[in-house]
Design a protein around this ligand. Structure first.
Ligand code: SF4
Ligand code: SF4
Length: 455
């Protein structure tokens, strides 16, 4: 195993490999890992229903995940190194346990109950360490680093093989021929992903990119087909256009306001079930709804900046089926536009005594979302190589957009750097995910076509 003295070297390698958080946020990994912590947690919780992406990575690459976890964790000074996996994924736990034993690694498996949002960094940190990340804070504030298992797999490839990020595991589920997890070149279109699992089974369909709770929705799924798989894409879910979840997730803001005024009964279930509120953060969605109902000074709306947009309040807790999360998002974006930040005053963070009883069981959530028919074991399709073209984004999260260093018409090899970021800027370079010819360069992406260039 590599030790602390090599930290500078592997930090450089994971930056050069273009690694960003694979779990969704896309924060450049080298910047996140360049710190000192006492606890490191690999996040294999995969709390969004219908997704099997992290499981596929742990099942197929247990040694790689454990090696990267121990290397990065130890280098950051962690005395406690965990990998958190849902208890229900016994096969996965056995694979990881086998890898830990093989490598004599100092890694502890932390079995999680099956609730949502078990993979939220705040909940996971509390679950494993009993420490509460302060409002608007990050795990580092309490001496913890949390990394998605997909990010760690990429870190392994960078540290031990000097390979950049060129592939992404993606779950494709819902109304498709045979749902499954595929490993595709970064930049593969969602159309190709859906076709690889048998295609959409409906003529008209909607698409959710990500998980059903927090993913981005495309009511007309055809509009999503040309979108590329990014370094952060974990799932693609195809649903009927008239599915209740599509209806709920596409309520216009103006309608949500009217519903808040007409139907909110101030039962405060939204606040009582809110994962951040349960951790003692002063976030009360029922007070936001009261304010929307024109009750002056009902709440300091800066609290909405604490909302993780997990959707528990809106898609699970609210008995009236109205939209507290949507209202939070509206205020939150207005405050952000105005440059308002949440300044934590240091108030006492008292975890709610009921926290263990108010977590949302995933099986009930799946039924509430009318997704039970899609909640199944999915197959693993393996790695897809024969893609005709890829559209590779120049930025996948916070930080600087990478600057193209190739020209239209250039022939590139798989893994070749095609865009870069200055050394002193936050951001990561971008690499060709397949060999081919550069056919288009815009401010946002580079397109490569498979023209038979030698791999
Ligand atoms: S749960 Fe629904 S009805 Fe109850 S306070 Fe919250 S928004 Fe209003
Ligand atoms: S979406 Fe709702 S439940 Fe989730 S953090 Fe925001 S207010 Fe709380």
């Amino acid at each position: 195993m590599m030790g602390e003295c090599y930290m500078e070297e592997w930090i450089k390698k994971i930056r050069e490999a273009g690694i960003v958080g694979a779990g969704g946020a896309g924060f450049p990994a080298y910047a996140k890992y360049n710190a000192h912590v006492d606890t490191f947690i690999a996040n294999g919780a995969e709390c969004e229903p219908l997704l099997n992406t992290d499981q596929a990575i742990m099942m197929r690459h247990p040694q790689e995940v454990v090696m990267a976890l121990e290397t990065v964790g130890k280098s950051m000074g962690a005395k406690n190194i965990y990998i958190a996996i849902k208890q229900k994924h016994q096969e996965c736990i056995e694979k990881i346990d086998g890898a830990i034993k093989n490598l004599s690694a100092s890694v502890i498996i932390y079995p999680l109950r099956d609730y949502y949002p078990a993979g939220d960094e705040f909940m996971l940190t509390y679950e494993v360490t009993r420490r509460v990340i302060p409002p608007a804070g990050i795990p580092l504030n309490v001496g913890v680093c949390v990394a998605n298992v997909g990010t760690l797999y990429n870190a392994y490839n960078a540290i031990f093989n000097e390979e950049p990020v060129t592939y992404k595991y993606v779950t494709v589920n819902g109304e498709v021929g045979s749902p499954g997890v595929i490993c595709v070149p970064i930049g593969t279109t969602l159309r190709d992903c859906i076709e690889r699992v048998g295609g959409a089974t409906l003529k008209d369909f909607s698409v959710i990119v990500g998980g059903p709770m927090m993913g981005r929705i495309y009511p007309d799924g055809k509009e999503a087909l040309d979108l590329p798989v990014r370094k952060t894409t974990g799932g693609v879910i195809v649903l009927p256009v008239d599915h209740p979840l599509i209806f709920k997730k596409t309520i216009p803001e103006s309608v949500a306001v009217k519903r808040a005024r007409a139907a909110c009964i101030q039962c405060r279930y939204c606040s009582d079930m809110c994962p951040r509120n349960l951790l003692g953060h002063q976030l009360y969605p029922h007070l936001v709804m009261r304010t929307v109902s024109n009750v002056e000074n009902a709440a300091d709306m800066r609290m909405t900046l604490l909302c993780s947009e997990c959707n528990v309040c809106e898609l699970y807790a609210c008995p009236m089926g109205i939209n507290p999360r949507t209202m939070n998002s509206v205020f939150k974006s207005k405050l952000r536009e105005a440059g308002v930040r949440y300044d934590y005053s240091g108030y006492l963070l008292k975890v709610n005594d009921m926290i263990d009883y108010r977590r949302v069981p995933v099986y009930r959530l799946v039924m509430r979302l009318n997704l039970d028919r899609y909640s199944q074991d999915v197959k693993y399709y393996g790695t897809v190589e024969d893609i005709k073209s890829v559209k590779i984004m120049l930025r996948d999260g916070p930080g600087r957009t990478a600057r193209p260093i190739v020209a239209q018409g250039d022939e590139v090899l798989k893994g070749q750097k095609i865009a870069d970021v200055d050394d002193d800027a936050l951001g990561v370079p971008v690499h060709a995910s397949m060999a081919g010819t550069v056919t288009q360069i815009t401010d946002e992406y580079i397109t490569i076509e498979n023209t038979g260039v030698k791999k």
